[in-house]
Design a protein around this ligand. Sequence first.
Ligand SMILES: Cc1ncc(COP(=O)(O)OP(=O)(O)O)c(N)n1
Ligand SMILES: Cc1nc(C(=O)O)sc1CCOP(=O)(O)O
Ligand SMILES: [Mg+2]
Length: 211
Amino acid sequence: MPAFPATAPRLGLYPVVDSPDWIARLLEAGVRTIQLRIKDQPEAIAEPAIAQAIALAQRYDARLFINDYWALAIKHRAYGVHLGQEDLDIADLDRIRQAGLRLGISTHDDAELDRALAIQPSYIALGHIFPTQTKAMPSAPQGLEQLKQHLARLTDIPTVAIGGISIARAPGVLATGVGSIAVVSAITQAEDWRAATATLLALTEGDGQAC
Ligand SMILES: Cc1ncc(COP(=O)(O)OP(=O)(O)O)c(N)n1
Ligand SMILES: Cc1nc(C(=O)O)sc1CCOP(=O)(O)O
Ligand SMILES: [Mg+2]
C-alpha cells in the first residue's frame, strides 16, 4: 500500500474545534494546524461549514484536517483528513490517497498502532493521554509512560498526543518528544481562549514548520 503524503515532521499546537468561527479565530491568533471536528450531522448540514473552513485555512496556508467527513474533504480539497479506527472500516483510503490528501489516524493501543502503521498515514495520534470530559472513551487513559513506549515505535512518522491535555500538563507531554499536542477544552473551555492559545503556542514554539 503506497504511503500518504507527508505533513510537517512536528505539527506543534493542534486545536480540534467544531466550527468555522473557531477556525477563523485560531488562524488569526497564529495557529497553523487545526482540525474541524463536526460530529454526527447529515452531510448536507456539515458541508457548508467544511467548505468555509477549508477556504479559510487556504487563505492562511494552514494545515486543516477534516474529521470523519472524508468525502467532503476530498470534494473541497482539504489539506487532510483525520480518521479513527471505526472510520477506517468504512472510508475509501485509496480515494483519499489518490486525491492527495494527508491522513491522520487515531490509536489507543499496540494493536491499533499496528493497523495504523500498515496504512502509512501522514501522522499517528495517540490517546487518550489523560482523562477527558470532551469524549466518552471506552478505554483507560494511557498516561505518559505508555505514551513514551508507543513513541519508541514511531521514530519515522509525525506523532500527535490527545486527551486531557491542559496548559499545566502540556510541558510534561511535550517532554516525551511527541511532535504535537491536540487540544479541545484547553482552548474552547478556557476563560480566556486567546491567552490559552498564546501560552500553548509558546510551549510548542519551533514546532509546526511548513509542509
Ligand atoms: C488528533 C486527533 N486524535 C484523535 C481523534 C479522535 O478520532 P476518532 O477516534 O475518529 O473520534 P472522533 O473524533 O471522530 O469522535 C481526533 N479527532 N483527532
Ligand atoms: C476527540 C478526542 N479523541 C480522543 C482520543 O483519545 O482518540 S480524546 C478526544 C477529546 C480531547 O479533548 P480534550 O482536549 O478536551 O480532552
Ligand atoms: Mg472519527
